[in-house]
Unconditional design. Structure first.
Length: 480
């Protein structure tokens, strides 16, 4: 059920690039309006992470899961059957919103609601849902664009969403609200919705406006300011909706978040921009097939994550992933646009890099805190990851199109920036570990799933350089 709920929108987001001219022509939309629709859908996805946590505190969680799946079906049908821009935009925004609602509502209980022995399978499913679907998107979009149509793909998405709803009903097991006595944090919801909407609106306008145009730079800055304000507000709140303070004052969660965000940002230049550079040479299906090795990379890393999730080596997997991601960008940067062999090799390396980086880094962060807070931790991390991945994509695209005198030259410069982000993210993550005195440990999964304690000890952030703090690990964990 989780796979069928998460895959449609994530795959569709990656498949839309070759389909945009076809959709725009059929619905009499400008490319700018279509860019805005994607921006608003991504904003709904990002803000939905916070809304999901708030609703889970006060409403029966499994019943809400059925509501989310139902609305996902409605949104998918609206988008597939759209007769005008408004109908398409509403449907696509509902798809983005409900995907994040389902993600935050279903995945954390999936991780801790089953015996520890099932965590291998859970980790593999999560990785394949999020990254396998995104990796498959270009090939699916290219195949659909080859037939000069877009609705069949959207109807397939609607059918998958309906299957998710059916499974949600058949596997229904009622669950009470997480914390009915918790406050209703309307300021947090307002900051999340307003911040994401403004930031993604500004980014979407880059298709037809300069970066420093009032219509782009002002919403971008206002939106990012509101998102930062949300984080600060939750950090200082006495009863926060999101687990910010515990996460941002501990070494391993901060390192994991940094690596995940940098990897999400760097991967944008490796895939979307290089595909744009190839658009003048090959047909959409041909381009999609050139990026199919990303799917193999996602499958390989999902399998590795399942093996290493209970081992000390899980700490090293994100660092290795950043190395693969950087290597993939280097291969794609050798010549722009890249040759077919280089694209196949580069896409395979970036697929391994992204799959080995983000999901393992999120588990490293989650294992460092109590399992009871996993849903709230996952929500804020996914909010920041969505901003890093979805919002930076149009910024990079605008940069590549306006810098260097040509698309190829601009793409080459953007790839160098992506390479710097990948290398810098790995270096920062290692530095945070060193300054905190953290060391790789074997996770105590049984203790974590039982809610008794975190899976391992994570020292305070910057413990080695902050007076009065020690990075020494408690004796009870020394055997790890």
């Amino acid at each position: 059920m989780v796979m069928l709920a998460l895959i449609p929108y994530l795959a569709l987001s990656a498949a839309l690039q070759p389909l945009t001219p076809i959709i725009a022509k059929d619905l009499h939309m400008s490319l700018q309006t279509l860019s805005l629709s994607s921006g608003l859908a991504n904003a709904a996805y990002a803000a939905g992470t916070v809304l999901a946590v708030q609703l889970a505190q006060h409403l029966p969680q499994r019943r809400m899961l059925i509501v989310y799946a139902t609305v996902l079906v409605i949104g998918s049908v609206l988008a597939a059957a759209a007769q005008d821009p408004a109908m398409y935009i509403v449907g696509h925004v509902l798809q983005g919103l409900c995907t994040s609602l389902l993600l935050i509502s279903a995945v954390p209980p999936l991780a801790i609601g089953y015996p520890a022995s099932k965590l291998h399978t859970t980790a593999m499913i999560m990785s394949l849902c999020i990254f396998g679907a995104v990796a498959l998107g270009p090939a699916v979009g290219g195949l659909q664009a080859q037939s000069d149509a877009w609705r069949p793909l959207f109807w397939v998405i609607a059918a998958i969403a309906l299957s998710a709803l059916v499974l949600a009903v058949l596997t229904f097991d009622d669950a009470p609200p997480a914390d009915p006595d918790s406050p209703r944090d309307l300021p947090a919801l307002a900051l999340a919705v307003a911040g994401c909407t403004a930031a993604f609106f500004g980014a979407s306008e880059l298709l037809t406006h300069p970066f420093l145009d009032v219509l782009t730079i002002v919403p971008l800055l206002v939106g990012l300011t509101l998102i930062v304000t949300l984080i600060v507000y939750q950090f200082r709140a006495k009863r926060p909706l999101l687990t910010i303070r515990a996460m941002l004052t501990s070494t391993m969660p901060v390192a994991g978040i940094v690596v995940a965000l940098f990897a999400a940002a760097a991967s944008v230049s490796a895939t979307a921009l290089t595909a744009d550079a190839l658009a003048g040479r090959y047909r959409p299906l041909h381009i999609g097939l050139l990026y199919l090795p990303e799917v193999a990379g996602a499958v390989i890393t999902a399998y590795l994550l399942g093996i290493l999730i209970t081992k000390r080596a899980i700490h090293y997997l994100p660092l290795a992933g950043m190395g693969f991601l950087a290597a993939g960008i280097v291969v794609l940067r050798i010549d722009v646009p890249a040759s077919q062999p280089a694209t196949l090799v580069g896409s395979g390396l970036t697929g391994i890099g992204l799959g080995a980086t983000v999901a393992p880094a999120l588990f490293v962060a989650g294992f460092s805190l109590a399992s009871a807070s996993l849903q709230r931790v996952f929500a804020i991390v996914e909010l920041m990851r969505a901003v890093a991945a979805f919002m930076i994509a149009p910024i990079f695209a605008h940069f590549a199109a306006t810098v260097g005198g040509s698309l190829d030259a601009g793409t080459g410069i953007a790839l160098l920036i992506g390479l710097g982000i990948a290398v810098g993210g790995a270096a920062i993550g290692v530095t945070i570990y060193a300054l905190g005195g953290a060391r790789p440990q074997t996770p105590n999964i049984e203790r974590f799933v039982a809610g008794e304690a975190p899976a391992w000890y994570s020292p305070p952030l910057l413990a080695r350089v902050r007076r009065g703090l020690t990075a020494a690990q408690p004796a009870t964990d020394s055997a790890n």
